[in-house]
Design a protein around this ligand. Structure first.
Ligand code: ADP
Ligand code: MG
Length: 578
């Protein structure tokens, strides 16, 4: 094919891919624009996860009618003029790419009026083409309506997930910005149902209350520490308010929601020893830092930033969080669980981010082991045979079962193995139409966050199918009357917490699994024996026998391996016998 310059609308649709990936990215860009426009109130509404429709309405400074068409052109911005301005840019946007990108891949109508002007203006685009502009009466501020996202880009549309998954992502964006800007009144409605509504009082605790409910808000501890240039402020959860993923850790830099692995790690380190394995803090932390010390122009969606003095920031964040925890923790916990405050900056090595459910079965951790190990590849096909002949030798770290077999040593991850067993049982029961449900002696109230409540609603049919009996109880609380049998086990002494955890987990699983499997995997995970549980010999024997009968004994439902095999040859070689 000869080289040719792409037609502008094709180039624009391709470029839009950098910024607009899904409905949540549209919402992020539009909300950032509203914040930059000084809005006191921002209302977001979506239909069908935002794929069908998104509307963002603000009461900010508006756009002058004669600049409206310019706002939708590439590299058109009112936020900077020279490259040097990048050093000090204080607005969330500055690239002038959001509006043209959105209008290149959807149908867009923007209606806007400056507060000091009588006349408002309206402009409309259809998949990149401007189809009209006219004067129109409207309240002061800006309202952008986006419909039919990727309507003429089937290849991009294919990558969108189900409406509830996309809605959850939109909700996450609005949640994070509502926490970042408690002085702004935020609302989000999804398919006509109000999901988020903050007061705009300016107090972060009020925003926490509106979004996560009273119980969470009451267990958040104030964080505040500054050095000569940088201040760290916010709230962090008491250690027992931990969560199973980072969706509840909000990191803001100059009130911009960002992802920074190293700072996340600093936040987690502050909890040293008080968070259970693979659990994450509930926190909202803002770092106020002179703009010239942070580069916000290193990532197309500006989700990642670069700090000039990362190490110092790391230890400041860690100290701020730790001081908050120590100041507010009960004395006994503090004495027992906290390392000396002056532990200094942490080593440069940062562990892998926690593994999200994935189908990859190789883990970087394992690659670092000195011993060569092999996981049994499904292709070997002989694991069942193998399991039948295993002799359990013992348990290590209350986590792994050590067993000897015909061709060497086997380590079995007790949680992963049990998860596989329970997962298969659950699916079988569902196929057979059984709903073993275990009523609670006294019903328990579970207070749900907005996103948990949304997940509960979209899964209510399946949850009932599993044996949950739930009843709405006030604004965002639910009464748990019965649980699926097996879920109310020794692993889960608190059914209300189990439900909250379950909903959080489903929200994550549904990103990579079908709806039914997501719930089955989550219920299996919660109903399975945990790492850290001592198992009796018979329990270990039984587990191996059960694993043998499962459909795929090699992996847990999330794709982690259940069994690691050290061959006799490997053992002998390591000991110099070969
Ligand atoms: P950027 O935000 O990077 O400047 P955008 O494409 O998002 O680029 O927006 C282009 C310009 O349109 C902005 O610089 C701003 O002047 C104007 N604008 C966009 N959204 C709004 C809004 N909600 N209220 C007022 N002005 C807006
Ligand atoms: Mg913008």
């Amino acid at each position: 094919m000869p080289i040719q310059q792409l037609p502008p609308h094709v180039a624009a649709q391709i470029a839009a891919g950098e910024v607009i990936e899904r409905p949540a990215s549209v919402v992020k860009e539009l909300v950032e624009n509203s914040l930059d426009a000084g809005a006191a109130s921002i209302a977001v509404s979506i239909r069908e996860g935002g794929v069908a429709e998104i509307r963002v309405t603000d009461d900010g400074c508006g756009i002058a009618p004669d600049e409206l068409d310019l706002a939708f052109r590439h590299h058109a911005t009112s936020k900077l003029l020279t490259v040097d301005d990048l050093q000090t840019v204080a607005t969330l946007g500055f690239r002038g790419e959001a509006l043209p990108s959105v209008s290149a891949v959807a149908r867009v109508v923007c209606v806007t009026r400056r507060p000091d002007s009588d006349a408002g203006a309206r402009i409309e685009f259809r998949h990149g083409e401007c189809v009209g502009q006219r004067t129109e009466g409207c309240p002061p501020g800006t309202s952008v309506h986006v419909a039919d996202l990727f309507g003429d880009l089937p290849a991009r549309r294919k990558f969108l997930r189900s409406a509830p998954v996309e809605a959850a992502r939109v909700q996450e964006v609005v949640t994070r910005y509502a926490l970042a800007h408690p002085e702004v009144r935020f609302s989000l409605s999804a398919d006509g149902r109000e999901v988020i509504n903050t007061t705009g009082s300016g107090r972060l605790r009020d925003a926490l209350l509106s979004i996560y409910g009273a119980e969470v808000a009451s267990r958040m501890l104030p964080v505040s520490l500054a050095d000569a240039e940088v201040a760290v402020d916010g709230y962090t959860g008491a250690p027992d308010l931990n969560r199973r993923n980072r969706s509840y850790t909000t990191l803001l830099v100059n009130r911009r929601w960002v992802y920074d692995r190293s700072i996340y790690y600093a936040m987690e380190q502050a909890y040293q020893g008080t968070l259970p394995d693979r659990r994450f803090p509930f926190a909202v932390i803002n770092i106020s830092i002179p703009p010239e010390q942070v580069d916000v122009n290193s990532h197309p969606t500006k989700r990642e930033v670069r700090f000039r003095n990362g190490d110092r920031l790391f230890s400041l964040v860690q100290r701020a969080m730790r001081e908050a925890l120590i100041a507010h923790a009960p004395a006994r916990t503090a004495a027992r669980s906290f390392a000396p405050v002056d532990a200094g900056p942490q080593p440069a090595t940062i562990p892998q981010t926690p593994r999200l459910p994935s189908t990859a079965s190789s883990s970087p951790d394992r690659d670092r082991l000195a011993l060569p190990t092999t996981t049994l590849a499904p292709a070997e096909g002989s694991l069942r045979d193998v399991l039948a002949d295993l002799r359990v030798v013992g348990q290590i770290r209350q986590t792994y079962i050590v067993a000897e077999g015909g061709s060497g040593m086997y380590l079995i991850d007790q949680h992963a193995a049990h998860e596989r067993v329970v997962f298969d049982q659950i699916r079988q029961r569902m196929q057979d139409g059984e709903r073993p449900s275990q009523p609670l002696l006294a019903p328990l109230a579970a207070e749900l966050s907005a996103s948990q409540a949304a997940t509960l609603e979209s899964y209510s049919d399946l949850l009932t199918g599993y044996g949950f009996v739930l009843e709405p109880f006030g604004e965002r609380a639910w009464l748990v009357r019965a649980l699926p049998a097996g879920l109310a086990s020794r692993a889960n002494p608190d059914p209300a917490a189990a439900l909250c955890d379950l909903l959080d987990a489903v929200a994550v699983e549904q990103v990579v699994m079908e709806r039914e499997d997501a719930l089955a995997a989550t219920v299996a995970c919660h109903g399975s024996v945990r790492a850290g549980t001592t198992l009796a010999q018979e329990e270990m024997d039984a587990l191996l026998r059960q694993l043998q009968t499962t459909e795929n004994p090699h992996n847990c439902p999330h794709g982690r391996p259940t069994v690691v095999h050290f061959t006799e040859y490997q053992l002998e070689r390591e000991f110099g016998r070969r």
